[in-house]
Design a protein around this ligand. Structure first.
Ligand code: ZN
Length: 256
């Protein structure tokens, strides 16, 4: 009996990536050895995760407490009608398993919080924020400051979205916004343009890949803002805020 799929060699999967300037063999090894957490597998997470898997990231840990709803299908393109009612992490893990069988995908049905966060994120090299709730973002920012684990924050609402990286030697999210505990995005009330989450999630995937491979300039200390209504994009630099309640105005310390 023949195999159901042709054997895809690792070298073939990453050939276009490997052809890029600055991508050295060691960078590809770091991808294969790397572990990325995707916290929240909604619009942003379902956009980011497939690019991470496609690029050959060794391990992806999906964390989300929710099931797929029919109202998700207009923008969370990893899911189909048959997934409605299924835990998002299970449906997403199944899709990623077909897309990139060599990537280890861990599906964790859980809501990230102060009580379980450190355990859920243990062993991860980079974290992608796909949350739609402010309170766990505050915790995630504090975790980045405390542990030096880079977090790629993203948000999308209406026609506008933003991306920023909190990583060693850069300011933290609290330096920029203060507490975001009450700044939950209410897509149900305000709506969201489907491709917006794809754009923001793709930016987040690119930042995560860059951080893993040590490539380019991360969006650290720079807030990327995208407006799909008017068709605009801008980047706003910001510095550690003196007296910041989370990083003390010192930014994120270097690891080790
Ligand atoms: Zn700070």
């Amino acid at each position: 009996m023949s195999a159901p799929f042709p054997i895809i060699r690792d070298a073939d999967r990453v050939r276009r990536l490997a052809a890029l300037p600055d991508v050295r063999p060691r960078a590809l090894e770091r991808l294969r050895e790397g572990a990325v957490g995707v916290v929240g597998v909604g619009g942003l997470g379902t956009a980011a995760a497939p690019y991470l898997a496609a690029a050959g990231v060794g391990k992806i840990r999906l964390i989300d407490p929710d099931v797929v709803h029919a109202t998700d299908l207009g923008r969370q393109i990893l899911y189909g009608p048959g997934d409605v009612g299924r835990p998002k992490v299970e449906a997403a893990a199944a899709a990623l398993g077909i897309q990139a069988p060599a990537t280890v995908v861990e599906a964790v049905v859980a809501r990230l919080g102060a009580d379980n966060g450190a355990g859920l994120l243990a062993g991860l090299d980079v974290i992608v924020d796909g949350l739609d709730d402010g309170r766990p973002r505050d915790w995630l920012n504090a975790y980045a400051v405390e542990t030096g684990t880079p977090v790629v924050f993203g948000g999308a609402l209406g026609y506008e979205g933003q991306v920023v990286v909190v990583a060693p030697s850069g300011p933290c999210l609290h330096c920029l916004f203060g507490s975001v505990a009450d700044a939950a995005a209410d897509c149900a009330r305000e709506g969201v343009l489907g491709p917006l989450v794809g754009v923001i999630g793709s930016f987040q995937a690119a930042e995560a890949l860059k951080l893993l491979m040590g490539l380019g300039t991360p969006l650290r200390g720079r807030l990327l803002q995208i407006d799909l209504f008017g068709g605009g994009i801008r980047v706003l630099p910001f510095a550690p805020r003196p007296g910041c309640a989370v990083c003390g105005g010192q930014g994120v310390p270097r690891r080790g």
